[in-house]
Design a protein around this ligand. Structure first.
Ligand code: BES
Ligand code: MN
Ligand code: ZN
Length: 498
């Protein structure tokens, strides 16, 4: 479905004709105060106190517009502080757009000229609706959607900030759309087709490796995980290569279009929701598309490791040994630890090009969700790159938490028949870290010298925050969140600026 049309205007907020005028409200000692426009504040602030609005973060109140305002209604949303940070503005804008059930055309008054990007990003993310043909809208998605947003700002750079914010928010929509699409419709082959559609007309090269190409290339992890399904696996390589001399960032995404667990079958209740197991691939895809749209001075290669993990007579068995790209062998002790198998191929292939850094994104472990809940992603890897990811996340308001990769865990994956096992049966200790330790093994070196340093690598386990199972908050709806998409874009921007 189309994004809302977003434009800026220098027209005074009071004279704009709209179904709703969205204003941000601070909580102050003297009561709620509308930010961003002095005459608006004078007209609206006293009335807000009368309807018991407080200006608390994400509180929303809809009122008929008073005399002196051309819009039909006012949607006042709290931001807490009278000097809100970018994330407060994003969240408030998102909450406002979720609260607007019927307002096709709105105008939005950012708290200050510096908040245009945050307000647009939050508003557009909050306006998200999933509507695929033949499917019902999601809970809370009913009602007319906002089709047109005018952002009131006289800042000279408003349009540039608006355009960038729109591209970032659109990337989040792309992830949510792909993840929410049911697994009968989105499987490796159709996912690869969608990549083609989404990347059309952009400066991107796409290569799709089908099962024959995967076999020829020795991608035993992706093939092994996919062999139980009637829908064969794919590896999609998406290249943004416009600036030949620019730093090269590789992104590797877990793309399990449905994770049943395979022969190590998940219990019924744990299987529900496992269409989301391709979120990492969708995230790397959407961030790469955004980088291309923004024309960032970086090179990005995204590796989308797509397979459906199903039990069948052709599925991999516990004790099977798979040969990962490059020759290392893995004994499969649990077919439900499939993400690391496809990611191993992706990391090896990404490493062969000797990029300047590799970031992988995966809904890798239930343990990450147990440890960090549904708001924080687990972040592991090399210190410098981990810091860069943290800085990017700080800028985008996404939550990551650094985790160790303890080498003493490696012996848990020892096996007599292969180089490494994919799991330790019965082990529940440090499941997120053990998965990270497994992945680390497949990150290549910066040169052919045997003791050359490893390529800088960071691993994001988004198993928790990729899906919001609670109620919507800020700009995050129930269901797929699109988390980590914007931080990858911010990381690519920072990388290009180096
Ligand atoms: N896709 C799951 C991770 C997952 C599990 C996310 C539950 C959210 C909730 C992954 O493929 C998986 O099944 N991991 C196993 C690993 C285990 C078998 C070592 C897990 O976490 O239980
Ligand atoms: Mn699994
Ligand atoms: Zn999985």
């Amino acid at each position: 479905m189309p994004l809302p049309d977003v434009t800026s205007t220098t027209e005074p907020a009071t004279t704009i004709d709209a179904d709703a005028l969205v204003v941000f409200v601070a909580r102050t000692e003297t009561g709620p105060r509308v930010l961003g426009d002095a005459s608006l504040s004078e007209l609206l602030s006293p009335g807000l106190g009368a309807v018991a609005a407080s200006g608390a973060a994400e509180e929303t109140v809809r009122l008929p517009a008073p005399d002196g305002i051309a819009a039909t209604s006012i949607l006042a949303v709290g931001v807490g502080s009278d000097t809100p940070d970018a994330e407060s503005v994003r969240r408030a804008a998102g909450a406002a757009l979720r609260a607007l059930k019927t307002a096709p055309a709105i105008a939005l008054v950012p708290p200050s000229d510096d908040d245009v990007a945050a307000a647009v990003e939050g508003a557009v993310m909050g306006a998200y609706r999933f509507d695929a043909e033949g499917l019902r809208a999601r809970e809370g998605d009913e009602g007319a959607r906002t089709e047109r947003i005018r952002v009131v700002s006289t800042a000279p750079e408003a349009d540039a900030h608006l355009a960038r914010a729109l591209i970032a928010a659109e990337a989040v929509w792309t992830v949510r759309d792909l993840v929410t699409t049911p697994p009968h419709a989105l499987y490796p082959e159709t996912f690869a087709q969608r990549v083609g559609e989404l990347a059309a007309d952009l400066p991107l090269e796409i290569e799709v490796l089908d099962e024959a190409a995967l076999a020829a290339g020795g991608f035993g992890g992706i093939l092994g995980v996919g062999q139980g399904s009637s829908r064969p696996p794919r590896l999609v390589v998406l290249r943004y290569n416009r600036h030949a001399q620019a730093p090269h960032l590789a992104l590797v995404g877990k793309g399990i279009t449905f994770d049943s667990g395979g022969l190590s079958l998940k219990p019924a209740a744990s299987m529900v929701g496992m269409k989301y197991d391709m979120t990492g691939a969708a995230t790397t895809l959407a961030a790469t598309i955004a980088a291309a749209k923004l024309g960032l001075p970086v090179r990005i290669t995204a590796w989308l490791c797509l397979a459906e993990n199903m039990p069948s007579a052709t599925a991999i068995r516990p004790n099977d040994v798979l040969t990962i790209r490059g020759g290392r062998t893995v004994e499969v002790l649990n077919t439900d630890a499939e993400g690391r198998l496809v990611m191993a191929d992706g990391l090896v292939a990404a490493s062969e090009e000797r990029p300047d850094a590799i970031v992988d994104v995966a809904t890798l472990t239930g343990a990450a969700r147990v440890a960090l809940g549904e708001r924080y992603a687990g972040l592991m890897g090399d210190a410098e790159l981990v810091s860069a990811v943290q800085r990017a996340a700080e800028a985008t308001g996404e939550l990551v938490w650094p985790m160790p990769l303890p080498s003493e865990l490696r012996p848990l994956l020892a096996t007599d028949v292969a180089d490494i096992a994919n799991a330790k049966p019965g082990n529940t200790a440090a499941g997120m870290l053990l998965a990270g330790v497994f992945l680390q093994e497949f990150v290549g070196r910066t040169s052919d010298e045997p003791d050359a340093p490893r390529i800088p690598w960071a691993h994001l386990d988004i198993a928790g925050p990729a899906n919001n199972s609670g109620g919507p908050f800020g700009y995050t709806p129930k269901g797929s969140s699109g988390v980590a998409t914007r931080l990858l874009i911010a990381l690519a921007e920072a990388f290009g600026a180096e």
